[in-house]
Design a protein. Sequence first.
Length: 418
Amino acid sequence: MPNSPDLTDDRLQWEEVVLVPDQPFFWKNVELPDNLPANELDSFLEMMLEQTSPFPVHQVYYGYYRPAKGRKILLFAAYRKRIEELVGASLDDADLVAPALLSVLPGEGLDDKAVLLRFGEGLSLIQMARAGEVPVKIVSRLVPEEEEGAFPESVVEKLYAKAGLKREEGKEKRLFGPVFLGWDNKQAVFRFTPENGDKAPVLRKGGLSHSASATMDIRDKEVLAAKKAEKRRNAWYLRALWVSAAALLLLLLGEGVRFGADSFLEAQQTEVNERQDRVEKIQEQESFAQRMRGIAENQLLPFSMLEVVNRVRPDSIFFTRAELTSDLRLEVVAETANSDDVIRYESALAEAVEISDVDILNQTLREGRTNFRMRLTFAEEPFQRFVRNGSLPAGSSGTLPEPSLTTEPELDLPGGEE
């Protein structure tokens, strides 16, 4: 949502932000494994999405919120087409695209409160934990057109019932959008529209950092990385341009005594501008070509392999790591509470036409759980046919569900199933 022109606090730097109602998202609290390397976090979260999302990863927008302390992460995702229908505008030009939940994190001043957040046509109930921790419950509803007021009592009661929460006096906080995001000394400041139009806008300094907000951006991670790199290049070009301009000015001052400063400056500036335009065009074309090659060659192949192996995976087996070691070989680290399922799974994979070889390695038993590593070699022609067709081979079961644009999200938290 673009910034309002009436924001007059000169200390704040306001950003071009698009916030999306919480209703289309599904949420999951994820506890990170011990000693997970920082450079493997994105791969781990994509694997979690692959196992829990009703849609393939390349069909969803996703992000996550990671508090400064603790091992839990709030992972969230939504069907791409639904987000594009709700926003109705290009997401490329915004500084940040995130769910409206962003505006109440990390929860400073909201400890253990039930926050009612009205944004657009959606109304969310967010049960906060202590400041700096992931929320305990998140439920959302679209507010029917016939309901009056920003917080219709009938809708609020349904949200509390759905969340299994009891209303307590003094434990409820109401916030009303639109929401604008600014920065004050690297701390996020959110501006809420008052429910009563006669009142002054509400400014809330929540303590959210730049890095935490960046991980909540739901756009394609490759595109975000490219935009970040482009911003760094532009900053470098700007610094180089200032240095060049300073050097040029000194040169002109020296030459102006002999040849005339005005004509020399015009000629040099024209040449700098022409070269800068050519450099920027070449850099843009090279960056675009590299991104397209990377996406085409690397992005979808591991997910196609995971789709094949997930087709027959028993419910007791969970993947903790997957690595593409060659064009047709995938290594997976997994664990299960039922060691018999390892044998069943190996037999089922061996019968898959897309897989030519299955090796179970390093199978160990520790604290009642079986850990093992699995090396899978894919048969080139059947697997490439599967990738081209984008569907399961004849005789196989398993189809992707059609998206329901009216399905209300459920919070998938340990111990909090509805």
